[in-house]
Structure formats: structure tokens, C-alpha cells
Write a protein that binds this ligand. Structure first.
Ligand SMILES: Nc1ncnc2c1ncn2[C@@H]1O[C@H](COP(=O)(O)OP(=O)(O)O)[C@@H](O)[C@H]1O
Ligand SMILES: [Mg+2]
Length: 256
């Protein structure tokens, strides 16, 4: 891993930028526009990763892509999430941001569902030259499975490790990771995670990548491997993306 640096990685969940209960791609245009506006106020190196929401999860589920290879289903899912990426990038551009869509299918090879290789030299150069790369959850080629689903959450942790990013934010639809009473858990560590795990579940909507538990498992693993902290917060609350980018301690921190 590189030394910790000033690159921020922000993930915006498909639960925020799409209607996740729809059967097929339904963008949440007003939320995309609001979040683009909040991102546009940020100065500094930033990578945006977004989820697929209804532009990927229902399609992946329909073709059972997490259970078997299906060429047609993989294509339909990839084309759909690419369409969402186009909408997000266009909205960022309208807010004055030099955003560039980077599709994992074209740059990543996984092995049994985990990233084995990702070409990131372009991402380094984009950041050095003032662009904001915008990646997304995708279907990627997989040495064991033919194709596999790559979650935006896994992309975040992979890039954080490779780039040594010091600030990771996961914007989703709840105020953080909630306990059994619905209160936001302030901090998750590798030692309290085994007790807290029982309160964390999958998604209430269609999500083939593990919902909240999938995120926390990724982020606890990141922390154990790299000492990099991350935050899960509610990106559906107006101003929260700005607050995170400005350095506020909102939501749940995942820390060592
Ligand atoms: N303990 C928990 N705290 C917060 N959310 C939880 C918890 N357990 C399950 N969830 C569900 O996980 C969802 C977040 O995962 P997901 O739908 O995959 O979000 P995203 O679209 O941002 O990836 C929440 O909206 C909620 O439905
Ligand atoms: Mg998800």
C-alpha cells in the first residue's frame, strides 16, 4: 500500500441515486443533482464510486449472476449500470465537475468474486490532472466464474488499499449502521464487530451484494489490513455529502 495521502473516496449507494425497489433502471434524478451540487463544492483529489441500485441488482438477480454464468444476463446488467454511470457523470458535469466514467468491466479481472487485478494508472493520472474518476458496481470478467458481480463497496476498499486513501465515505440510506433499537452505532472495530454483527443485515430492497452487512465486512477487512478508517453515513440527508467532504465525523466510523 502507498503511504496515506490526500485522496478521498466517496461511495454513493444505489439506494440513494435510484429507486431501488423498481424492477428496472429508475434514476432518482433530483437526488443525483443534489449530490452532484454538494460534490462540486469540494476541492481536492476525489474518486466517486456509485452503486447500481435498480440499474443492476434486479437484472443480476433475474439472471442469477451470483450463482451461474449467463452471458446475456451479464451484458444486460453491465449495459444497465453503465447507463446509470452516464446519468451520474452528466449530472456531475452539469454541476461543473470534470468527471470521467471508468467502467470496471473494462479495467478489472476478478478471481472467484474478488478483484485480482485492476488497471489504476489512468485513475492516478486523472487525479493528478484534476479529473474526478467515477467508477461503479459492475459485472466483471472472472478467472474462475466467467463473470462475477463486483460491488461498489469492494471497489472502494480495493482502491483505498492501492492508493492509500486516508478518507473513505460510504453514503447509503440509513444514518449509519444501526443497532437493534435503530440508534446509530458510533464506532465499529474488529473487536466489537462480532457482537454487533447480529444487528446488521442485508438490504430491504433488491441487493445482490450483501446490503449493510456486505459493506461492514468489506470495511472491517480494510481496517484490519491497512489501518484505514471509513465512515458510513446517510447520503439521503441533504448536506451530509458536503459535511463528510468537509471532514465532519458523521454516521458510523469503522476503525481499528
Ligand atoms: N444494522 C443496519 N443498519 C443500517 N442498515 C441496515 C442494517 N441492517 C440491514 N440494513 C439494510 O441495509 C441497507 C443498506 O444496504 P444497501 O441497500 O446495499 O445500500 P446501498 O444501495 O447504499 O449499497 C439499508 O438501507 C437497510 O435496508
Ligand atoms: Mg448495496
Amino acid at each position: 500500500m502507498n503511504a496515506l495521502n490526500d485522496i478521498t473516496i466517496l461511495k454513493i449507494g444505489g439506494s440513494i441515486i435510484t429507486d431501488k425497489d423498481a424492477d428496472d433502471g429508475a434514476p432518482n434524478n433530483s437526488e443525483i443533482k443534489r449530490i452532484a451540487g454538494e460534490i462540486s463544492k469540494h476541492h481536492g483529489k476525489l474518486i466517486v464510486v456509485h452503486g447500481a441500485g435498480s440499474f443492476g441488482h434486479p437484472q443480476a438477480k433475474k439472471y442469477a449472476l451470483n450463482k451461474k454464468f449467463d452471458a446475456k444476463g451479464a451484458l444486460i446488467t453491465h449495459i444497465s449500470v453503465k447507463a446509470l454511470n452516464h446519468i451520474v457523470v452528466e449530472s456531475l458535469a452539469n454541476a461543473g465537475i470534470d468527471a470521467i466514467g471508468v467502467h470496471p468491466m473494462g479495467s478489472t479481472v476478478s478471481g472467484d468474486g474478488r478483484i485480482a487485478q485492476m488497471f489504476i494508472e489512468n485513475i492516478h493520472l486523472m487525479l493528478d490532472n484534476g479529473f474526478i474518476p467515477v467508477l461503479h458496481g459492475d459485472v466483471v470478467m472472472d478467472t474462475k466464474l466467467g463473470t462475477s458481480i463486483l460491488s461498489g463497496d469492494q471497489i472502494v476498499t480495493y482502491l483505498a488499499m492501492q492508493l492509500g486513501s486516508a478518507r473513505i465515505g460510504i453514503g447509503s440510506a440509513k444514518d449509519g449502521v444501526l443497532d437493534d433499537k435503530g440508534d446509530t452505532i458510533a464506532a465499529i472495530t474488529s473487536s466489537n464487530f462480532k457482537d454487533i454483527k447480529q444487528y446488521i443485515g442485508g438490504s430491504e430492497s433488491t441487493d445482490v451484494t450483501g446490503g449493510m452487512l456486505g459493506k461492514v465486512v468489506e470495511l472491517v477487512r480494510l481496517c484490519e489490513m491497512s489501518n484505514i478508517n471509513s465512515r458510513i453515513f446517510n447520503a439521503g440527508t441533504s448536506g451530509n455529502v458536503s459535511r463528510f467532504l468537509d471532514g465532519a465525523n458523521i454516521g458510523t466510523v469503522i476503525t481499528k
